[in-house]
Design a protein around this ligand. Structure first.
Ligand code: ADP
Ligand code: MG
Length: 739
């Protein structure tokens, strides 16, 4: 037999099916084919005679075709004709109907010729009901010995006997049968001489994992369930290990870079800031601050993710880090995802710093610094002076949106980049900022209020150290969340408006959140959900605002806020709201991140089911910030028990962001967890789930770290190195880059 290798072309084992396999799954090599694992295993011993079965049961059986008739019918969706093959099959005792649907004439013809009267085969599918009879629709089918006549039944039986105990069913397509893939894999397993061994011997042995050849043979051709299990364990670990090796290399690479240590000085801005803080730091803030200050003092660039619930006080922690850098003669940049947030940060930092932020100005503290704001909407003069202060170093802290990334922006000595709300910034943007730092890369602190489960953090953000603020600062009042189900009680929406009026009468302020802006313009929720414009029945800011003004909230001071407004208008509105000159803000999700108005106590979210779980959690964090209890009303038309309602009930049922974030992730496909481009089959993760296999990932991370520590360039582990290279070439690299 010819010798083939892992990288041999698919046609070496798949013959004429190679082109189909490549088209369906994108595989080009034998190695890629071998990582196409079975979707299901069928115990031959359990191949049922038909007998008793239930609706939706998956059954597999051997039977003879007793009738096969091709029908055509008009295809309403695409026009033209479609084909239906109606088949009856019989075992010794029973008969059953099978129906096969085909759109293409040549496929329908091929199917009718193969599944012909007198043929014997193996069928596998889910039992359904159609017009009072049991039937299988498009079952997986293997006809023995081609089209067989009656006298060939013995031959068919012999072929069945020769099949393995556990039969494998592969992910297949309409034109590519599971069996064709299985045949190519069987051939590959028998022809391949050398199976690349990605796992170092020691790693493999200490965990009692199979070697590569055994694992692949057993995943595809197990004799029993135990073999299949052992194979899966090994291959799952391997997936985690390759990913973790890539990440460990990256961490090692960063650790090998030099950065300027920023050790600060006593009696500097940080000390003076601490002394004037109007509150005491929580224990968590202390601990996390210490971690960050230690990183800043080290000679390598910090790469840290700071997670903390909305309102957990991340800003103060970040500000302390920035002051430490300024005390060391450097500058810090704070990158915010929206103009509203940048402006708000600018205001609140200036307020927290007081005269410490008026360096070089009349009345400012001696050797204080300046806080500059740089956004896209600045007037020419303001922009020029912000650019000048950044370049000269007069501004120790520069706050901005993506405008900070522009070419013209220069820093005298950029030592720290703080990224607020990480999910709006990609790695490219951070890289641009890093380049502005000159010779040595800056320290980087990424803040997020979307809690990330530990395993996802380890996989997706594997090269970031993480710090977590768990408790909320003292004085934060609890938020009560209630679902308002309009389907059962349409009149209850009035109660929401009554609540708002009561709050405003008590001197408080409120938010009303809508999924739409109006006039066909989409709000963020819609853009993200990718839903078509034209769903005009959803609540829109431009319609709800006048409705409230004229009706239920007449007499209150109401203003709209959304992404289509000019930045001056948005800023003006936010300022008036913060100053208490507006009672009710009717907004889109622009208020989702970071908006901080302590006097706001109530939020009414309209068409709440249109928002994601984590998004709702973020939004409600806008109320109850000032020591007054918060109330969040989730108004929805979703039916009780519907998935949308269940999600809303979950949000109402807990304020634990980690639990909600996990729930959010579980509702998405694994690929979406890893990033937009991670369509399942290309992610390279077949057996590993970042949500379910936390222990495997943690173990693989430890193993990978040891291997990389001893052999940073993997010179002693050629097969592993090639797997890591392949990973970088694949689309999976995109999600590694995200970190
Ligand atoms: P987030 O983590 O959502 O960015 P912020 O940093 O905006 O939270 O903090 C929320 C509010 O809590 C701010 O008004 C901040 O001044 C206040 N705060 C932060 N730390 C404390 C603390 N230790 N004690 C009391 N209030 C605090
Ligand atoms: Mg914040």
């Amino acid at each position: 037999m010819a010798v083939i290798t892992w990288d041999s072309r698919l046609s070496a084992v798949a013959g004429s099916a190679a082109a189909k396999i490549e088209k369906a799954f994108g595989y080009r090599t034998v190695g890629q084919l071998l990582t196409h694992y079975p979707r299901r295993y069928v115990d031959k011993g359990s191949v049922s005679d038909l007998g008793a079965f239930e609706l939706d049961e998956q059954i597999t059986f051997v039977a003879r075709v007793v009738r096969s008739a091709q029908k055509t019918y008009p295809d309403r969706r695409r026009g033209g004709l479609a084909y239906r093959l109606e088949v009856s099959v019989a075992t010794e005792q029973d008969t059953l109907s099978l129906t096969f649907f085909d759109k293409k004439k040549h496929l329908a013809g091929w199917r009718a010729r193969t599944i012909a009267e007198g043929a014997t085969g193996l069928f596998s599918g889910k039992v359904g009901r159609f017009r009072d009879t049991w039937q299988l629709t498009n079952p997986q089918t293997k006809i023995f010995g081609g089209v067989t006549a009656d006298q060939e039944a013995d031959f068919a039986l012999a072929e069945f006997e020769a099949m393995p105990n556990l039969m494998t069913i592969y992910p297949a397509t309409a034109t590519l049968q599971s069996w064709q893939i299985g045949d190519a894999i069987t051939l590959a397993l028998s022809m391949l001489e050398v199976f690349p061994e990605t796992l170092p011997e020691g790693v493999r042995r200490s965990r009692g994992l199979l070697d590569a050849r055994q694992a692949l043979e057993w995943i595809h051709r197990p004799d029993d369930w135990g073999q299949k299990q052992a194979a899966e364990e090994r291959l799952r670990f391997e997936e985690a290990f390759v990913t973790q090796t890539a990440l460990a290399q990256r961490r090692a690479g960063l650790a090998a870079l030099d950065a300027q240590p920023r050790r600060g000085r006593s009696g500097g801005l940080l000390d003076r800031f601490d002394r004037r803080l109007p509150f005491t730091l929580t224990e968590g803030q202390h601990r996390v601050s210490e971690e960050i200050l230690a990183d800043l003092a080290a000679g390598h660039p910090m790469h840290r993710l700071l997670q903390g619930e909305v309102g957990s006080g991340k800003t103060v922690v970040a500000l302390r880090a920035m002051l430490r850098v300024v005390d060391s003669g450097g500058q810090a940049a704070l990158l915010a995802p929206t103009e509203v947030l940048a402006q708000q940060h600018h205001r609140s930092l200036a307020q927290l710093l007081g005269d410490l932020a008026a360096g070089g100005m009349l009345g400012g503290a001696a050797d204080g610094t300046q806080v500059a704001l740089l956004t896209g909407s600045l007037g020419a003069a303001a922009r020029k002076s912000a650019l000048r202060d950044a370049a000269s170093g007069a501004a120790g802290i520069v706050i901005g949106t993506h405008a900070l990334l522009e070419d013209v922006v220069r820093f005298a000595d950029l030592g720290l980049v703080v990224v607020d709300e990480q999910h709006r910034f990609g790695v490219e943007q951070r890289a641009v900022l890093s380049e502005k730092a000159g010779l040595t890369p800056p320290h980087v602190l990424v803040m997020t209020a979307t809690p990330i489960p530990r395993t996802v953090a380890m996989t997706v953000f594997g090269d970031l150290e993480t710090s977590t603020l768990v408790e909320l600062p003292w004085g934060r009042a609890p938020i009560q969340t209630t679902v308002v189900p309009l389907r059962d009680h349409p009149e209850w929406v009035e109660r929401a408006w009554v609540r708002i009026r009561e709050e405003v009468d008590a001197g408080r302020q409120c938010y009303v959140v809508c999924p739409r802006i109006g006039d066909g313009a989409m709000g963020v929720a819609e853009e993200e959900a990718g839903s078509a414009a034209g769903e005009t029945s959803l609540a829109a800011v431009d319609e709800i605002t006048p409705m409230l003004q004229a009706g239920p909230l007449a007499g209150l001071r109401i203003a709209p806020l959304h992404g289509r407004q000019s930045s001056e208008e948005k800023d003006r509105t936010m300022r008036s709201f913060a100053a208490g000159d507006i009672d009710v803000l009717v907004a889109t999700t622009v208020i989702e991140v970071g908006v901080d108005v302590g006097n706001a106590t109530t939020m009414v979210v309209l068409d709440a089911e249109r928002f994601g779980v984590s998004q709702l959690h973020q939004m409600r964090g806008r109320v109850g910030r000032g020591g007054h209890p918060g109330l969040c009303l989730l108004v929805t038309w979703a039916e009780a028990q519907s998935p949308a309602r269940v999600r809303l009930d979950a949000v109402a049922g807990t304020t634990d962001g980690f639990e909600l974030s996990r729930l959010d992730l579980e509702h998405r496909r694994e690929g979406d967890v890893l990033g937009a481009s991670q369509s399942g089959r290309r992610s390279g993760l077949r057996l590993l789930s970042v949500l379910r296999h936390e222990d495997v990932i943690a173990d693989a991370r430890t193993a990978a770290e040891e291997v990389v520590a001893a052999d940073p360039v993997l010179g002693l582990h050629a097969d592993l190195m090639r797997s890591v290279d392949r990973l970088h070439e694949s689309e999976q690299a995109d999600f590694l880059e995200k970190a």
